[in-house]
Design a protein around this ligand. Structure first.
Ligand code: HEM
Length: 473
């Protein structure tokens, strides 16, 4: 029996060698045969950037897919890119072969948010941090936030209605989403601190989307200064938290208690980068989605009526809104939930995401060369009639059945999928409840055009007037 061990080791060693060797050889042969995906690269360096922006990025990608199919190449902002517009392709890049594609952002943007923010990372650091962020935004954690989110939603609606003037819906939704983000990160924070954070965050946000030059007076320069101020404010809050010695379960509390596998805690700048990162990921996305929901509900009268029926039943259960919404009630709004899913599909506010091939990758007979950007096109998939019949019709009932696998990805997919999706949906449900049971609103002006800021938003941020009216119909 003992004599068998060296033999077993030898066989294991041999099979490992073979396993390692054979696919490598095959891969080499395949790559030699493989060609680049179809498509045009445009001008040297700028590639097809000008065409993409002059045409509207979504139209540009849709036309390319029509012409070349589900995988095609182009060059944008100096980078050779491969676009992937099939569910299988998106899954290959984001899930099954995610290790071959790293997240990639321009360095100027990475500096602005903070290089330690989780979405710039892969591997151990990323997965540990992500788990913690996910826990702080899990249904168990969100349960305790319902009453606070409700208070913020009511306060926003009241202020829009009492102003009795036209508001920029997108701007107002940004304020509300920011407050909810602050709540999830810091718990209750005093008004002065919130205002300081908001003021500096807005400057950083503007700079993030501007041309990165450090010339005094430019938006980027101002943003760099505001980023330093944000760090100071977060440091002060951390200091106070440490003095209090309380163990909070909000994101800050969890970041302060974080330990890696060697027992090392996070440095203050790592904590700040992740807080700013989460604020970034949370605010414009949620605000954009909320703005679209208001537009769709405004335009789709029958759907608004059906949402009202569902919400009024809950309102009546709560003694005409005298009792607060409960967590269980927010989990039992099936039609409103489908309206949210359909709004996210229709608007597809994150049209695509970016990765970079860390090695030559072979997919579907094509070569994706090392260093090329790879972009799974969520919007193209969401608007493909093969997966969503009559994709331009707003039809929440299409979600009566679950969509086909990997065809519905408003929150991404795989290791970097959105950990904030439940929080975003909870805010939407709560806001819709109070909106349709207590208020009316009208959209001002025609709203055919989409603007990019940077996500697609209805023209002029959907100007609207709100007023209080808690009568049915
Ligand atoms: C409607 C609202 C939202 C949408 C549509 C959205 C969408 C997304 C998408 C598509 C990704 C994946 C990006 C990629 O793979 O490159 C993502 C990642 C992320 N989102 Fe969201 N998001 C929303 C709200 C939120 C909220 C409210 C939070 C936090 C409070 C949040 C935090 C994050 C974080 C931290 C990541 C990075 C995850 C990682 O890299 O592991 N998001 N989001």
């Amino acid at each position: 029996m003992e004599a068998a061990f060296p033999m077993i080791y030898f066989l294991l060693f041999l099979s490992t060698l073979l396993l390692y060797h054979v696919p490598k050889k095959q891969k080499g042969k395949d790559i030699q045969k493989a060609k680049l995906p179809p498509g045009t690269m445009g001008w040297p360096y700028i590639g097809e950037t000008l065409r993409m922006y002059s045409e509207d990025p979504n139209v540009f990608f849709a036309n390319k897919q029509k012409r070349y199919g589900d995988i095609f190449k182009t060059r944008i902002l100096g980078c050779p890119c491969v676009m992937v517009a099939s569910p299988e392709g998106a899954r290959f890049v984001l899930v099954t072969n995610a290790h071959l594609f790293k997240p990639t952002y321009p360095k100027s943007k990475e500096r602005m948010i903070g290089p330690s923010a989780l979405f710039f990372h892969q591997g151990n650091y990323h997965s540990r941090l992500r788990k913690m962020v996910q826990n702080s935004l899990s249904p168990e954690a969100l349960r305790n936030l319902v009453q606070h989110i409700e208070a913020l939603a009511i306060c926003s609606l009241e202020s829009w209605a009492t102003k009795e003037q036209v508001i920029n819906t997108f701007h107002e939704m940004k304020k509300l989403s920011f407050e909810v983000g602050i709540l999830a990160i810091f718990g209750q924070l005093d008004t002065k601190r919130k205002e300081e954070l908001m003021e500096n965050y807005c400057i950083v946000n503007k700079g993030y989307n501007s041309f990165p030059t450090n010339l005094p007076g430019t938006a980027y320069y101002k943003a760099t200064k505001a980023r330093r101020k944000l760090y100071e404010i977060i440091s002060e809050i951390i200091c106070e938290r440490k003095e209090k010695k309380t163990v909070e379960k909000d994101l800050l509390g969890r970041l302060l208690n974080f330990k890696d596998e060697k027992g090392h805690t996070l440095m203050e700048d790592q904590i700040a980068d992740n807080i700013i990162g989460v604020l970034f990921a949370a605010q414009d996305t949620t605000a954009t989605a909320l703005t679209w929901i208001l537009k769709y509900l405004h335009d789709e009268h029958k759907i608004l009526q059906a949402v009202k029926v569902e919400q009024i039943a809950i309102y009546e259960c709560n003694e005409e809104g005298k009792k607060p919404l409960t967590w269980i009630q927010t989990r039992n709004m099936p039609f409103t939930h489908r309206v949210i899913l359909e709004s996210l599909r229709m608007s597809s506010i994150i049209s695509f995401t970016f990765r970079e091939a860390v090695t030559d990758v072979f997919y579907d007979g094509y070569l994706i060369p090392k260093g090329w950007k790879v972009m799974p096109l969520f919007r193209n998939i969401h608007h493909n009639p093969d997966f969503f019949a009559d994709p331009w019709d707003f039809d929440p009932s299409r979600f009566d059945a679950a969509p086909k696998p990997n065809t519905y990805m408003p929150f991404g997919n795989g290791a970097h999928a959105c950990p904030g999706n439940e929080l975003a949906k909870l805010l939407m449900l709560i806001l819709i409840h109070h909106l349709v049971t207590n208020y009316r609103w009208e959209v001002i002006g025609s709203q055919g055009v989409i603007q990019y800021s940077p996500f697609p938003v209805p023209q002029h941020g959907l100007p609207a007037r709100f007023w209080k009216e808690n009568k049915i119909n």
